[in-house]
Design a protein around this ligand. Structure first.
Ligand code: AMP
Length: 217
């Protein structure tokens, strides 16, 4: 099984797609956003710094992400493939990621861009809700993705919450960050001939089907 990387603007559905990949292929899902949200709960200097940065929509310092990625990839469960989402987020991180991968004897694998336009993203962002226990993702603005009972996770009964950065103001910053910092890495992987693009403006099932086709090539 090849490793998988998702690149996508905020709220394009990469978390939802990653969940489906994990379920089908039984590989770990490494999301720097999820790891950072855990760190942000810590009552420490770094916890406070991460919490503030996340709420502002800006990126946390590169050095913090390198350490957490390397430590995570060293774990045994990554040996048979993993899906990475939210990293790399700028060109420097992409270059450093190549170094971390070669140090650990891994390949970058499939680099999948989930492409979707800005107006659709805005609609998704304000309706997104996440389970505080299992991280399942819902969207209350979309009938098919709404939980059956308001604010309760269908999968585990956990309470649903809205991310502090899921508001229009923070979205604008995150989207601008994406355009500025992440788009150069799209070019970087295109030049390496490993980039594959999927149109994310479709149902969850259809997007997953397109991703499966790439993965099973
Ligand atoms: P995400 O869950 O991927 O949307 O990430 C949420 C937030 O976590 C981002 O807006 C950043 O503040 C931070 N973050 C996640 N991944 C990275 C990264 N690779 N580099 C810097 N900051 C990150």
């Amino acid at each position: 099984m090849k490793n998988i990387m998702f690149i996508a603007p905020p709220a394009a559905g990469k978390g939802t797609q990653a969940e489906l990949v994990v379920k089908k292929y039984h590989i770990p899902h490494i999301s720097t956003g999820d790891i950072l949200r855990e760190i942000s709960k810590e009552d420490s200097e770094i916890g406070n710094y991460v919490a503030e940065t996340l709420a502002s929509g800006k990126l946390v310092k590169d050095e913090i992400t390198y350490q957490l990625i390397e430590n995570r990839l060293k774990k045994d469960d990554c040996k048979n493939g993993f899906i990475i989402d939210g990293f790399p987020r700028n060109l420097e991180q992409a270059v450093q990621y190549d170094k971390i991968l070669s140090k650990l004897g891994f390949d970058v694998g499939h680099v999948i861009l989930i492409d979707i336009d800005e107006k659709n993203l805005e609609k998704r962002i304000v309706g997104r809700r996440i389970c505080e226990d299992c991280n399942a993702i819902y969207n209350i603005n979309d009938e098919k993705s709404s939980p059956q009972v308001e604010s309760v996770c269908d999968k585990c009964g956990g309470k649903l919450y809205q991310r502090t950065d899921d508001n229009l103001e923070s979205f604008q910053t995150r989207y601008q960050m994406y355009r500025e910092k992440t788009e150069p890495i799209i070019k970087y992987y295109k030049n390496k001939n490993v980039l594959e693009t999927v149109n994310g403006d479709d149902t969850v099932e259809n997007v997953f089907h397109k991703i499966e086709t790439i993965i099973s090539k």
